[in-house]
Design a protein around this ligand. Structure first.
Ligand code: OAD
Length: 246
């Protein structure tokens, strides 16, 4: 494995780093990704499971799917990529980890400052009164949770066609605009507005690095493409950082 002398120099000298992660970062933990041959969207329909219309049509179906995914996410552990990112955080004065993942694995690995652009599977909220819940359990009998006000409760995740959470998106744009070094890791970089972030960083002068198993739509714009598993490349990047910053 090798990184360029330019990236090594950046790792040594920069103060402001921003990272965007996607499903590929959790793949080595056993959480399925969305696209590609084995991706969730090759077997399931996003318009049924990840849209407001789909939820209103069949909330029971959507809740069953989120419950199933929650069980998977509870049964897995963070992998070397998550731990490497948590370690990286301690080396830089401004380090922003922006994730499209809803699985909590960055936080479980010890990352402190995580901006969740697509929500979090542990949370849900009432569509009537806005009350938040972190303890919703779906069962056969109670397959569609209701709030005490009678309102329908939905997962606190972003579905297709919905806006990103305002604070998180604003902070992510701010971090991407200000950073000197940006990593796009394990994302196909096709879902906007998250996929703007690497472009925003580059437009503002950041050195743009992509880590992915394969080329993506972003690859043609990056300064450096590191092809391979995030769980192998990121620990190597951390070793490089330790050598130049300790
Ligand atoms: P995708 O499934 O679109 O892309 C996952 C990416 O990770 C692909 O480019 C893979 O090549 C790469 N990958 C897989 N395993 C990897 C590994 N071990 N190391 C490095 N890279 C690896 O997932 P996202 O880009 O996260 O949104 O998808 C973005 C959004 O689309 C998701 O947040 C979700 C989905 O629909 C919503 O549900 C709103």
């Amino acid at each position: 494995m090798k990184i360029s002398p330019t990236l090594n120099e950046k790792l040594a000298t920069v103060q402001r780093v921003c990272i965007l992660t996607g499903a590929g970062v959790s793949a080595e933990s056993g959480v399925p990704t969305f696209r590609g041959e084995d991706g969730l969207w090759s077997k399931l329909k996003p318009e049924e499971l990840a849209s407001f219309e789909g939820f209103m049509k069949n909330p029971r179906n959507v809740w069953a799917w989120y419950n199933h995914r929650k069980e998977i996410m509870h049964s897995v552990e963070p992998n070397a990529a998550h731990y490497a990112l948590a370690t990286m955080e301690s080396f830089y004065s401004e380090f922003t980890l922006v994730t499209q993942n809803i699985d909590n694995l960055h936080q479980r690995a010890g990352s402190k400052h995580v901006l969740e652009l697509h929500g979090n599977i542990e949370r849900s909220y009432c569509m009537e009164c806005g009350k938040y819940f972190t303890d919703i359990t779906v069962t056969e009998e109670a397959s569609v949770p209701r709030c005490s006000c009678g309102g329908l409760v939905r997962p606190d995740v972003v579905w297709f066609g919905e806006n990103l959470p305002e604070y998180e998106y604003k902070e992510a744009i701010r971090a991407a605009s200000n950073c000197e070094l940006f990593f796009s890791v394990g994302t196909s970089a096709v879902v906007y507005p998250a996929a703007w972030l690497p472009h925003v960083a580059k437009q503002h002068g950041a050195y743009l690095v992509e880590i992915n198993m394969e080329r993506t739509e972003l690859s043609q714009y990056v300064d450096e493409l590191l092809l391979g598993k995030a769980g192998e490349i990121l620990p190597y990047v951390v070793e490089c950082i330790k050598k130049v910053r300790s």
